[in-house]
Design a protein around this ligand. Structure first.
Ligand code: AMP
Length: 545
């Protein structure tokens, strides 16, 4: 027997339409690429998103066609999120930090019809355009007076396009399973893989983002998304702000510690989300100024592990509540979020801190299980660790036009293999032990590179640390610690670090050697690139072996 409820489609356009109607004055504040701060209301954003949808229609863009963006976090990018998806086309956000050949690959693989670019990326596209035969035109996201001289064929001006439209447009209604946006994930090997989100998955994910116990946007929030809009839809925050009417603050191209601090201070940001490297930059700025940005209460961090020493600095020294979240492009991205249960109030501060360093708790909508190498399910007791498999309401079911990559990562019975090795416990708390390819295999036992890195980053003279397994004739692999010294500190010796780690990790985990670098290599999504590090250290062998 079916229920007798209406079957209304979950559509992205309904988020901005709702926001414009019931939170019409909620602000979207962006640092623009041209320089000044730009601010406008949700109602204006909806109006301009409709103008954009009209302009795209006039350009001949049809339902299901792909429109690429290569842009910073700003209001025009926000309009593309809603205008492109809202009219039934697919908003393909591209990470400008990908290698050039990867950018060419993803534009050609997606068969993008138009590419919308911020001024910053005009030279990049000029260099690549000859390799992009399917692109009909490039829309430069600026006004007429800032339009650059460009070698790009068919370069259009964003503001001129919008100015020709009257915004009198009704968002079309279509099936909720329609594709809405596309984001490629760049693995360490092979071509990037496309994750094609639907309207349904995006709206359901938006509910989850807003329900994320204190960490998500709500009507009163002033939310800064340092999470780039070119990667996994900025963790869904633009949609969440439209749904709740939270003020959305966008940093444009300025990601330096002082620029972030000033923007947060000026806009009285209370919540902000980003990857660990940015929180390191902001923390140095806060330490320099001896205070936090005014009103800053909640920090959400994900993308890579966040060491206990950083949580301690934010929470104990500056009174900023830290929520550690875990996710993946394939999960839209939310998979866990760090919120403490009421039953945890009785725990000691150290015990609660230990929970906070985990990747957080299960969220409704994403099912998880851990399996061993033979695919046997492992207990969720907080100790057993194995590969994490997930399925859920906003989890990809395959990669876009990529049967080979799909066969590797998706099981026949409908689970996605994350490649993360984790523990789970009875409260749904997940601890990421490692990426399966980064875990160090020493004499048949596993050493978590993440745990070692987190512990090493607690050393006062170490700013950043990466641990990689290096071949060892006797033990198979042993940990090599690569560290960047903290500002103003001289580099520690291996013995000093080992002494510091002695009561924090098992003795046989202690690194066999220490290499000091001025900086670590990073991937396009802001994670330490162990692949590059391994290449940099090619030919290295442990002293005396
Ligand atoms: P991406 O798809 O580029 O967003 O990367 C997803 C991967 O980032 C995950 O599979 C994890 O390996 C890693 N990751 C994301 N969040 C965290 C976190 N909070 N702690 C540790 N690793 C994380």
């Amino acid at each position: 027997m079916d229920g007798l409820m209406m079957d209304r489609p979950l559509l992205i356009s309904s988020l901005i339409e709702f926001g414009a109607r019931y939170h019409s004055k909620s602000e979207i504040v962006s640092r623009s690429v041209e320089g000044p701060i730009h601010r406008y209301s949700m109602a204006e954003a909806n109006y301009r998103s409709k103008q954009l949808a009209q302009a795209l229609t006039r350009l001949g863009v049809g339902k299901g066609e792909r429109i690429a963006t290569i842009a910073w976090n700003g209001y025009r990018h926000f309009e593309l999120y809603f205008g492109v998806s809202g009219m039934g086309a697919v908003c393909h956000t591209i990470n400008p930090r990908l290698f050039h050949e990867q950018i060419v690959y993803v534009i050609n693989h997606a068969k993008d019809k138009y590419v919308f670019i911020d001024l910053t990326f005009v030279p990049l596209l000029e260099a690549l355009a000859a390799h992009l035969p399917n692109v009909a035109g490039y829309v430069i996201m600026t006004e007429k007076e800032h339009m650059p001289e460009t070698k790009l064929d068919n370069a259009l001006c964003y503001e001129e396009l919008l100015a020709s439209e009257n915004g009198d447009y009704t968002w079309p209604e279509f099936a909720e399973h329609t594709a809405s946006s596309l984001c490629y994930t760049s693995g360490t090997t092979g071509n990037p893989k496309g994750v094609l989100y639907s309207h349904r998955s995006t709206v359901l994910h938006t509910f989850a983002v807003c329900a994320a116990g204190g960490a998500g946007p709500n009507t009163r929030s002033r939310y800064l998304s340092l999470v780039p809009m070119f990667h996994v839809n900025a963790w869904g925050l633009p949609y969440g702000c439209a749904m709740t009417g939270a003020k959305l603050v966008l940093p444009g191209p300025s990601y330096q510690g002082d620029a972030i601090f000033d923007l947060m201070d000026a806009e009285k940001v209370d919540k902000a989300a980003g990857v660990p490297t940015l929180w390191m930059l902001l923390l140095s700025e806060m330490q320099k100024r001896g205070r936090k940005p005014e009103g800053f209460e909640t920090l959400v961090v994900g993308g890579s592990a966040f060491p206990a020493s950083m949580i301690e600095a934010y929470e104990d020294k500056f009174g900023v509540n830290v929520h550690h979240a875990w996710g993946m492009t394939e999960l839209s991205p939310i998979g866990t979020i760090g919120t403490l249960l009421p039953s945890m109030d009785v725990l000691s501060k150290e015990e609660r801190r230990a929970i906070k360093t985990t990747q957080g708790r299960a969220v409704f909508g994403v099912e998880k299980k851990i399996v061993d190498q033979e695919n046997n399910r492992l207990p969720e007791d907080g100790n057993a660790f194995g590969e994490l498999l997930v399925r859920g309401l906003w989890t990809a079911s395959s990669y876009y036009n990529d049967p080979e990559a799909t066969a590797k990562s998706f099981t026949e019975d409908g689970w996605f293999r994350t490649g993360d090795v984790v523990t789970l416990d009875e409260n749904g708390i997940m601890n990421v032990v490692d990426r399966s390819k980064d875990v160090i295999k020493s004499a048949g036992e596993w050493i978590s590179s993440i745990d070692l890195e987190n512990a090493a980053m607690g050393h006062p003279a170490i700013r950043e640390a990466a641990v990689i397994g290096m071949p060892h004739p006797k033990w198979d692999e042993r940990p090599l610690l690569v560290a960047v010294p903290a500002q103003g500190e001289s580099a520690p010796t291996l013995d000093e670090v080992k002494e510091f780690l002695a009561d924090k990790v098992a003795k046989w985990w202690l690194p066999d050697d220490l290499i000091i670098l001025n900086e670590l290599p990073y991937t396009a999504t802001g994670k330490v690139s162990k692949l590059n590090l391994r290449e940099q250290l090619k030919g290295y062998s442990f002293p005396g072996v």
